[in-house]
Design a protein around this ligand. Structure first.
Ligand code: NAD
Length: 542
């Protein structure tokens, strides 16, 4: 006798729905009830057996990209087992479903394309974006990650093939913080591409035309935001991998019109500031006691500088006083008020007139104590620069954040060796532990994954009207609070990635509390915010 499944589906339709499919874990009673008798082999598996079977298969695949493709298929077959695997061992699987493997996945997206895992909104959809969004099978989308594909990781313009990024990133929101996957939606805005290789590739999956610009682009983004607000009320938008010339502008333009944030700017800032908070606290100093130099004044560098100023304001400085402790060096040298080529964002840090010094001269003349690299220029933190940092202060903070490893401003080994073992080091890409003077120093990785999944869960739980920068400062402080002096003494400024799920819960709870305290939350404050946040978190069980 057939009875209804909660999804309303039965038979092959049920087996083909990744959210509800249990595969061989459907019991004999369920098989009878839902019209799937005979559509499965005889065995009734436990989720544990299913997980083991699939993990063994993944382990047997030779290349990470093969594992990526296999996992993408699994995500389309059985969401529960997909997330059991990711959540069971995020340290192993994050580099496969997201960076670095997702970079290659995006480059070959056209060749490996199988099924729609999100929505493509193209220029052909102007005037009917609401209709496009309504085609998504889940009516209650609460969280969107969207890219226009113009600056995918360090790979540049990948057009519609950038879709791999929102898909992978949303998988981490769930795997790390438990953001319920059925409430999320990856979106690629296909506004063309200027990538000649893709334009000439017959297997390119996107619109084969150049990117639209100016008002035409602005209007496209505007229709997108208004459509999301209409079709998915209360939905948060996370902007991802937009080019530098659009990222900050879009964030500022929309952050008060729709609950939204940009991880490249604000998530990076959160993790960067958290590392600096830990390093200064464990040195027994304050944020305001440092002189900061940001080498590379793009989205990441200026994002970190801005949030650092917000955190210094909390220490009692005025915004102007905080900005005076931060210096930028861009491709033309030190940013000073004598320069005539500065954007408004850079002008905030043009602290004095004067000549455009090189990085080495600036580190010496300004007495820099914290040096942060987001320049993508490998090897730019040279031996003389690091030696000078070690003369400027007892424990220099040196964070080469450029990715991948080949773009890092210096290696961990260089920072430790040239500073005589004094450097407090964190990088964008991981470096192995290093033996110095009989002591093992463990470099930290300033991975945004410490911040963005937790922010996503906090936003879903508290439903704030807007996400002020202060929320990222709160996240940074909560993350920093997880690092003990003992951990710091071994070299690290972040909790180990093996504890990522625990740290996500701590950070999400702190941020949700901030939303309730500041009156931004639109749901009633629960008695126990931590339990409330945990309760909102997805559990990969049938
Ligand atoms: P971006 O393109 O916005 O900024 C890069 C900046 O570096 C630009 O402003 C560019 O002018 C500047 N630059 C180029 N050549 C330079 C030179 N010779 N001297 C000084 N500056 C120079 O990119 P972004 O989003 O800011 O990212 C920058 C880097 O930071 C990337 O490698 C990215 O992977 C990395 N990043 C790391 C993390 C992390 O580890 N958590 C997060 C975000 C970004």
């Amino acid at each position: 006798m057939k009875t209804n499944h909660p999804s309303g589906k039965s038979g092959m339709d049920l087996l083909r729905d990744p959210r509800w499919n249990k595969g061989t874990a459907f019991t004999r009673e369920e098989r009878e009830a839902y019209g799937i008798l005979g559509l499965l082999p005889d065995i009734v598996s436990t989720p544990e057996t299913q997980t083991k079977r699939i993990e063994a298969h993944i382990a047997s695949l030779p290349r990470d990209i093969d594992k990526y493709i296999y996992l993408a298929d699994l995500q389309e077959r059985n969401l529960t087992i997909y997330y059991r695997i990711l959540m069971g061992d995020p340290v192993t699987y994050m580099p496969i479903v997201y960076t670095p493997t997702v970079g290659e996945a995006c480059q070959t997206f056209g060749r490996n394309y199988r099924r729609p895992q999100g929505i493509y909104i193209t220029l052909r959809h102007r005037g009917k974006m609401k209709q496009v969004l309504r085609n998504w099978p889940e009516p209650n989308v609460q969280f969107i990650t969207v890219t226009d594909g113009e600056r995918i990781l360090g790979l540049g313009d990948l057009g519609a093939q950038g879709m791999g990024i929102p898909i992978g990133k949303l998988a981490l929101y769930t795997a790390v913080a438990g953001v319920p996957p059925h409430l999320t939606l990856p979106i690629a805005l296909d506004v063309g591409t200027n990538n000649e290789e893709l334009l000439n590739d017959p297997l390119y999956i996107g619109l084969a035309q150049n990117r639209i610009v100016g008002t035409e682009y602005d209007n496209f983004i505007d229709e997108f935001v208004e459509s999301v607000k209409d079709v998915f009320p209360g939905c948060t938008i996370q902007w991802e991998d937009f080019a530098n010339h659009h990222a900050a502008e879009i964030l500022e333009q929309y952050r008060h019109r729709v609950c939204s944030f940009n991880d490249d700017i604000q998530g990076t800032a959160g993790v960067g500031v958290s590392g600096i908070m830990t390093a200064t606290r464990c040195k027994g100093e304050r944020l305001q006691d440092q002189t900061y130099l940001f080498f590379g004044a793009g989205s990441a560098g200026i994002g970190i500088a801005d949030l650092l100023c917000t955190a210094m304001e909390r220490e009692g400085l005025t915004r102007e006083e905080a900005q005076h402790r931060c210096w930028l060096v861009d491709s033309k040298g030190l940013v000073t008020s004598s320069r005539t080529d500065l954007t408004p964002a850079k002008l905030r840090y043009a602290n004095k007139p004067g000549e455009t010094l090189s990085l080495e001269d600036a580190v010496r003349e300004l007495g820099v104590t914290v040096l942060l690299g987001t320049s993508t220029i490998p090897g730019s933190f040279t031996q003389p620069i690091i030696e000078q940092m070690a003369r400027n202060t007892e424990r220099p903070i040196i964070f080469p954040y450029s990715n991948p490893t080949s773009k890092s401003e210096c290696t961990a080994e260089q920072a430790y060796t040239w500073s005589g073992g004094k450097a407090i080091f964190a990088s964008g890409s991981p470096f192995p532990p290093f033996e110095y003077d009989g002591k093992t120093l463990t470099p930290s990785q300033g991975n945004n994954v410490y911040i963005f999944p937790a922010m996503g869960l906090a936003v879903l739980a508290a439903k704030p009207t807007t996400i002020p920068d202060e929320a990222f400062s709160v996240a940074a402080r909560a993350l920093s609070g997880m690092v003990t002096q003992e951990m710091f003494d071994s070299g690290v400024v972040y909790p180990p990635l093996t504890r990522i799920r625990e740290s996500a819960h701590v950070v999400a709870t702190a941020v949700a509390e901030y939303f309730f305290d500041s009156g931004l939350a639109t749901v009633e404050r629960p008695a126990d915010v931590g339990a409330f946040v945990a309760d909102k978190s997805y559990k990969p069980d049938y």
